[in-house]
Design a protein around this ligand. Structure first.
Ligand SMILES: Nc1ncnc2c1ncn2[C@@H]1O[C@H](COP(=O)(O)OP(=O)(O)OP(=O)(O)O)[C@@H](O)[C@H]1O
Ligand SMILES: [Mg+2]
Length: 338
C-alpha cells in the first residue's frame, strides 16, 4: 500500500473503532519507515503506538489520555494550567531582524522535527525568553501557538507554588505528566518569581528548590512539545540555568525604527491624517516597551473616536504620548526609581 492509502486506512479504522485494522496499518507504516532506513522515525512511531510495557494501548486508554482532566492543585483545587487557542498573525509580532531569524529557526526546526530525527537530531525544544516587561515574551508563545495551530498550555509559575511542603513539586509533576501526553506549545510564565522573592531568604531557598525541581523535570522531558519559559529577571538566573535551554531569546526595548513599526501596527484600526509624523512620536517614546506603545496608540485612537472624528491626528498622538510619559514619571518617582 502507498503511504497515502495507509494513512487513509488509519483514519477510517480509527473512525470505525476497528482496532485490528488500525494496528495492522500502523505496523505496516512503521515497517515501511524501517525499510527506508528512517530508524529514528520508526522508533518514535513505535513508542507512540506502544505503551511502556510493549503492549499496544487500547483505543479507550488513548482517548482517555487525550482527554485527561486538567491537573489541579490538590489542596485548593484550582487548575494548574490553562489551555488556549490563539488566532494571531505572525507578522503582528514586531521584533528586530536578528531575533526574528532566531525565532524562525526554532519554528522551522519544530516543523521539521521528523526529518531531524532521521539524523538522530532533536529540534530546539526548551527556549528561554528574557527581557523587560511588555516586550513580547508571552505574546511570542501565543503567536507561535497560532502559527503552528497547536494549543498553548499556559502555566503561571507563581500559581503552582504551594505553601505545603512537597506539594509544589507534586504540582510540577502533574503538569509535566499532562503535557507529556500531547503536543503543545507550553509557556512556563512568570518564571521570574525567583527574582521577585529574592529579599526573603526563607522564601528564596524554597523558590530555588522549586526552580531546580522544574529544571530537572524539564531535562527529563520526553514529549513532543515546544517549551518556553519566560523571565524578566534574567540577570538573576544562574548561568547553569541558561545552559539547560536549547536557545535563549532576548527581548530588547525597541529602537526608534522598530517603534515606528509598532505605532504603525497598533494604529491600523483607524484612518490617519496624511501629515502624521510617526518619526516624531517615535523619538518622544524612547525607552518605552511595545506594550507601552500599544497603550499610547489605543489612547490616541480613542481620543479621536470619542470626538466623533474618523481620522487620527498628530495632536491625538502627541496628547496621548505626553499623558503616558507624565504618568510613567509619576510611577517612577513613587517607586523611587528617579
Ligand atoms: N514585540 C511586540 N510586537 C507586537 N506587540 C507586542 C510586542 N510586545 C508586546 N506587544 C503587545 O503588548 C502586549 C503585552 O506583551 P507581553 O504580555 O508579551 O509582554 P511580556 O514580555 O510577556 O511582559 P511581562 O514580562 O510583563 O510578562 C501583547 O499582548 C502585545 O499586544
Ligand atoms: Mg509575560
Amino acid at each position: 500500500m502507498t503511504p497515502n492509502e495507509l494513512i487513509k486506512q488509519l483514519l477510517l479504522s480509527y473512525n470505525n473503532s476497528d482496532k485490528e485494522t488500525f494496528l495492522s496499518a500502523a505496523r505496516e507504516y512503521i515497517e515501511r519507515e524501517k525499510r527506508m532506513k528512517h530508524t529514528q522515525v520508526a522508533k518514535e512511531l513505535e513508542k507512540a503506538l506502544f505503551n511502556k510495557n510493549g503492549s499496544s494501548s487500547s483505543f479507550s486508554e488513548r482517548r482517555f489520555k487525550n482527554e485527561m482532566p486538567i491537573p489541579r492543585d490538590s489542596e485548593k483545587g484550582f487548575p494548574l494550567l490553562e489551555i488556549k487557542n490563539y488566532e494571531e498573525c505572525y507578522e503582528n509580532l514586531i521584533i528586530d531582524n536578528e531575533l526574528k531569524a532566531q525565532l524562525d529557526q526554532i519554528i522551522r526546526e519544530f516543523k521539521d522535527s521528523d526529518i531531524l530525527a532521521t539524523y538522530n537530531l532533536s529540534y530546539k525544544k526548551k527556549i528561554l525568553l528574557c527581557g523587560k516587561p511588555g516586550t513580547g515574551k508571552t505574546y511570542t508563545a501565543q503567536i507561535v501557538s497560532a502559527l503552528l495551530n497547536i494549543p498553548l498550555v499556559h502555566i503561571r509559575f507563581d500559581s503552582i507554588i504551594s505553601s505545603y511542603l512537597g506539594e509544589t513539586a507534586f504540582n510540577l509533576r502533574k503538569i509535566f505528566d499532562y503535557i507529556e501526553q500531547g503536543t503543545w506549545i507550553v509557556l512556563f510564565d512568570e518564571f521570574d518569581i525567583i527574582g521577585k522573592n529574592r529579599d526573603d531568604i526563607h522564601e528564596h531557598g524554597e523558590i530555588k528548590r522549586v526552580v531546580n525541581n522544574f529544571l530537572q523535570m524539564m531535562d527529563n522531558f520526553n514529549g513532543n512539545s515546544l517549551l518556553f519559559a519566560a523571565t524578566n529577571h534574567q540577570h538573576l538566573l544562574d548561568p547553569a540555568i541558561w545552559r539547560r535551554f536549547d536557545d535563549v531569546l532576548f527581548y530588547d526595548i525597541p529602537d526608534e525604527f522598530t517603534r515606528i513599526k509598532l505605532f504603525e501596527r497598533f494604529l491600523k484600526p483607524l484612518k490617519r491624517e496624511k501629515n502624521i509624523d510617526l518619526g516624531d512620536i517615535s523619538k518622544r517614546s524612547e525607552g518605552l516597551s511595545p506594550s507601552d506603545i500599544k497603550m499610547i496608540a489605543i489612547e490616541a485612537m480613542k481620543l479621536s473616536i470619542i470626538d466623533s472624528r474618523d481620522t487620527l491626528t498628530q495632536n491625538d498622538l502627541l496628547f496621548a504620548t505626553k499623558r503616558f510619559l507624565s504618568r510613567e514619571k509619576l510611577r517612577k518617582t513613587s517607586k523611587g526609581e528617579d
